[in-house]
Structures are given as structure tokens and as C-alpha cells.
Design a protein around this ligand. Sequence first.
Ligand code: NAD
Length: 507
Amino acid sequence: MNLTEADVQKIISSVMTNIEKKLSDTASVSAASAASMAVPQAGSAQPVVAASAGGDHGVFDRAEDAVKAAYQAQAVFVQNYKLEAREAIISAIRQATLANKQELAQMIVAETKLGKLADKLAKLELTAAKTPGTEDLKTLAFSGDDGLTIVEQGPFGVIGAVTPVTNPVETIINNSIGMIASGNAVVFNVHPSSKKCSAFAVQMINQAILAAGGPENLVTMVKEPTKETLEQIVAAPETKLLVGTGGPGLVKALLSSGKKAIGAGAGNPPVIVDETADIEHAAKEIIKGASFDNNILCIAEKEVFVVDSVADDLIYHMMNHGAYRLDQQELDQVMSFALEANEQQVARGCSLDTKRVFHTVKDWIGKDAMTFLDKLGVNPGKEVELLICEVDFDHPFVQLEQMMPVLPIVRVRNLDEAIELAVKAEHGNRHTALMHSRNVEHLTRFARAIGTTIFVKNASSLAGVGFEGEGHTTMTIAGPTGEGLTSARTFTRQRRCVLAEGAFRIV
Ligand code: NAD
């Protein structure tokens, strides 16, 4: 074969390009390896992000770029970072959350206009402290005459996650910790009404990861989230798992996608109070749960069924401990401004039922009890946390997941009726239910009849997510798809690795 001068030049230039590429690949891998050795500044409780955090740091204009960046980050992460390094990164996220909690809480309230500042702080603290990290991953082992088999929990890769307006930043932090602990990267499509505080949180998380020596863009989001950007994230071949926290429309959309999806949907948690309960304790705990963050939590007590013989007692104690009882006229007024007719026959709240007669007016969701009383022209002369009203089972406040600090109370003849109505009011969400009783048989009967993901006995609903209750916390309670209170291990693939005895077998 005869080579011309031009052929020789082409070969030299191709060899030079290959050498340069090899050198640059080696440099980036060693940078990543070096990074994996780094530990976050010990005990650093300083905010890692200034108030005016700018730059991209995980926030992308295009869904496609957010997915690609997360994909690349996950590839580096899973190749170069040991469990110890993952823990260092998670610890940095926890510290950053605590260091920035005041600012985060203020941003959430200002942007979403839902709930209470103090309760946002409590949720952020809970999320930072009680979201499990890598310790949640457990390897299963079988050993015997035929050798050793282990079942490991491996990452999916890139997870597409959708967050609700009711826990916007808390869900991002909680999901990020769990998903990173299990070796994944995550792309968020957040609720559009929380995009600013969410972007701040994503940037904060990326800064914390970088400061702990981790790769950039393990956590990304779309700057202007829409249903179209969600469709792009879902359709991207890099996205291997979907996790949706929100109402029934979202869960249905993700479950229809053809990809593996974890759905954390709506609730309408009923509370039963029977004649054996410590009534004053029940009153205090119901107020605590139902008034927390103005009742926007999916686990919050949404309607009470109380046995007639103790109903007056319960209402008396509730009024003594921060509740205001609406009379019929006040209740009618609240209904006139806080509910709207479902003229378009659309489904909202805890149900996909388009025939619901009412919806909650958006402006009243998550507002303070005192704001309601202001509108009614009532001066209670003391701080009121919760409004209560006596209604029938069919009342819209019982049937709707209204997310307002207005708690309907239904009198029932006995436990049988309480269980029957509570199961109906939960609408098959299988989310959360509560009971106040000292009778174990009563508690067991209700728990079996309702079959919810969370069942709390003699405490507020908050105990169900580890707030003054044992167990880890989550912001993503996967009732519809059955994973329960999600954590790192939920976001993993099971992988079996077998070591046979082979030539060493004793015969
Ligand atoms: P939402 O359903 O209106 O929105 C949740 C997210 O889904 C948002 O990001 C929204 O943009 C998106 N979305 C909504 N409908 C969609 C659709 N049809 N297709 C694609 N995306 C869609 O809910 P919200 O008002 O943000 O949050 C409150 C709801 O979430 C309540 O029903 C509450 O019970 C539920 N929730 C559940 C959990 C849980 O862990 N199970 C936690 C928090 C909130």
C-alpha cells in the first residue's frame, strides 16, 4: 500500500487527537477519585449558600439538559464514590438544610402562601434529622452447602421525581437524601407554585455536595416546570424510575407512563374517638395534628368520628385547648367563601371523582384559623389554632381533602358505625387513619378494616412520620403503589450475586 504525504498527516493528527482525549479522560477520572476522598468540613454549621445563591447548580432551562447532567453525574458517582463518601455528602446536605432552614422556611411561606413558618421549620428539622441515609441499605445473605448468595440493593440510575406544593422543599431534601444514599441521581419536576424555593433548595444541595467533594448535578430540576417538561423527563431513556408525590392526577399520570413508578398520593385521614379513650389527651393530639401547618399535610386529621356518649366531652376539651367551635351560621358563611361549586365537573383533592359537588377555594387552602375568624368578623379573644364544627357524614368538609384548619366532627352511635363511616370517608386511599381508644380490640378492628399505610393510635398524625413518634421520616408515603414510607432502600434494584462452592465442594 502506498501512503501519500496527506495520508501520513491524517494518521498523525488522528493519533494526536486520541492521545489528547485519553489524557483529558484520565485527568477527570482522577479528579473524581480525589474528590471521593474529601470529607465535608467537620462540624460546619455555616450556611453553604449565601442568601443570594445564584448560578445554575442543578437548575436547568431545558428538561433534556437536566436529565443529561444527572445521568453524567450518576455515572461518575456510582463508579467513584464509596458508601463512606455518600454518607459524607448526605451529612453535608443535612447540615446545609439546618443552616439554611430559616431562609428556606421563609421562602416557602412567601412563595406558596400555605401553612405556618414555625411548622415549616419543624418539617425541615425533621427531614434533616430523620431521613435515613446509607444505613437503610441492607444486604441479604444466604450461606450453606452450595456456597454464598447475597442480594444487594443497587441504584436505578436517574430518577424522575415530582414534588407537591404542600411540602415543596422538604420533599426535595427528603427524596434527595434517600436517592443519593442508594446511589442514584434525581431530576425534579417541582410544583410550579414552588419553583423559586425549590430552585434555592436544589442549588443549596448541589453546593453542599460539592463542598463535601461530590460531583455536580446529582440533583437537578427544570427551572420552569410544566406538564410538558414532566413528559420529557418521563420519556427520556436515561430516566429509569419515577417517583411522584401529590394528588391522584399525578399518580395516575406516572402509573400510565409505562415506566416503573412509585406513587405517593392523596389522603383524607379519619380519626375515631371511642368511649374508652382519654378524651382530654385525644382532644389535644387531634388539635396538634389537624392544626399543624394549617392542615395541608396529607397525613393530617381531616374528619373526626366520635361516639355519642363522649362527643360533648371531646368538643369541650378541644375548645379548652385552642379550638373554636363554629355555630351553624358561621359554618354556612365559611362554606360560602371557602368552597366553590364544581361546575366544570373536574376532579380535585383526594379523588378522581368528577361528580364532587364542591371544591375548596384555592385562596383558602392552608390559611390560618385566625384569618378565617377575621373574615367572619369574630374576635375570639385568644389565639385559635383550629376551627371545629359538628356536621353530618355527607358534609363536604368530611368528604373533601380540604386542607384548611376546619375540622368536621361527626357523632356516631357506636364503634360499628364509626368504623363504617371512617372507612367510607377515607375513599380507599389507604393513606392514614387514627384512633383514640384504650381498648385493644377496638383498635385492632379499625386498623384491619381500614388497612391504611399509616395507622396511629392515641397520638397526633405527626407521630406517623416520626415526629414525636418512633421510626424514620418521609415526605413520600407510597400508599397506591405499596412501598409505604419511602427511604433509601425503596429507590433500589435487587441484585443477586452468587458464589458457588464449585471445586471446593466437600463430596
Ligand atoms: P397536585 O397533585 O396538585 O400536584 C403535585 C405535583 O404533581 C405538582 O408538581 C404538579 O405540578 C404535578 N401534577 C398535578 N397533576 C398532574 C397531572 N395530571 N400530570 C402530571 N403532573 C401533575 O398536589 P399538590 O397540591 O401539590 O399537593 C397536595 C396533594 O398531594 C394532596 O392531595 C396531598 O394529599 C398529596 N400529598 C401526598 C403525599 C404522600 O406522601 N402521599 C405527600 C404530600 C402531599
